[in-house]
Design a protein around this ligand. Sequence first.
Ligand SMILES: NCc1[nH]cc(CCC(=O)O)c1CC(=O)O
Length: 315
Amino acid sequence: MADQPCSPDAPLKIGTRGSPLALAQAHETAARLGAAFDLPQDTFEIVVIKTTGDRVIDRPLKEIGGKGLFTKEIEEALLAGQIDIAVHSMKDMPTEQPMGLLLDTFLPREDVRDAFISDRYRRLSEMPQGLRVGTSSLRRRAQLLAARPDLDVVEFRGNVQTRLAKLRDGVAAGTFLAMAGLNRLGLADIPATALEPEDMLPAIAQGAIGIERRAEDARAEEMLAAIHDRDTGIRLTAERALLAGLDGSCETPIAGLATLDGETLHLRGEVLRTDGSKRITDAASGPIEDAAHIGHAMALRLLSEAGPGFFDETL
Ligand SMILES: NCc1[nH]cc(CCC(=O)O)c1CC(=O)O
């Protein structure tokens, strides 16, 4: 029998990382697919895959380096047919996928904002000089130092739970997390203050879940089409074109956010030196059909304003 979207004979295998946030995202995907096709949840099997980024936890991310640190093993399992679809945080995804894989399904986007987390201070501006703030994100480090060069930024790796534990242990007085992760984990009760994009422009694709599939898998294509969110797709097209044009990886501080107003797309972008000593921003608008062009054109403007050497290590 040919593959059919609702075929009950084989469960749809959903590949994911094993962190609580990744599992929540995989379960959300299964729930949306189940609702769209009126299928019971045992139609879906969640398969946990350990990635290099999960395995190497004792070194800063930028040292391990390379794109796809959290995705390579998952994409290999997808290509090998060990899983049927893969659920990803789009923020962690390289702009290009391996031959044979498509990443073009997006769930409705969560809160895009970053949150400042601290037991003692509600706002960054309340923090006394010299205090320690933990983050493993080069973007957040650079943005924080641009606003507060007096603060001491320390490396802070691990999943959401690990980082909250480090805060309780006094390793730092504050940290940042994505609101999307907190919301998806149901952690609304932790001491978080959401930062507006004007104050901290989020990472490209922050808050968006993407689902990857094999290009020739008709069952996956038909199932995923039913849960795709068009607006999120348009916004990510612009943001990821900006990222691709900047040749961005986890090693460069880049921020970007697209919003839609009817058929018009607004895009903001920002690049920073890693020590926060320089920040270049840009904004553009245009029809949603031009999403990719708007992002790419912004990348070229930012690059030419930055000039050679802008991203060279300054720490
Ligand atoms: N780099 C890790 C990562 N990837 C996605 C999220 C949060 C959820 C999201 O932005 O979709 C996080 C953790 C964080 O930044 O707090």
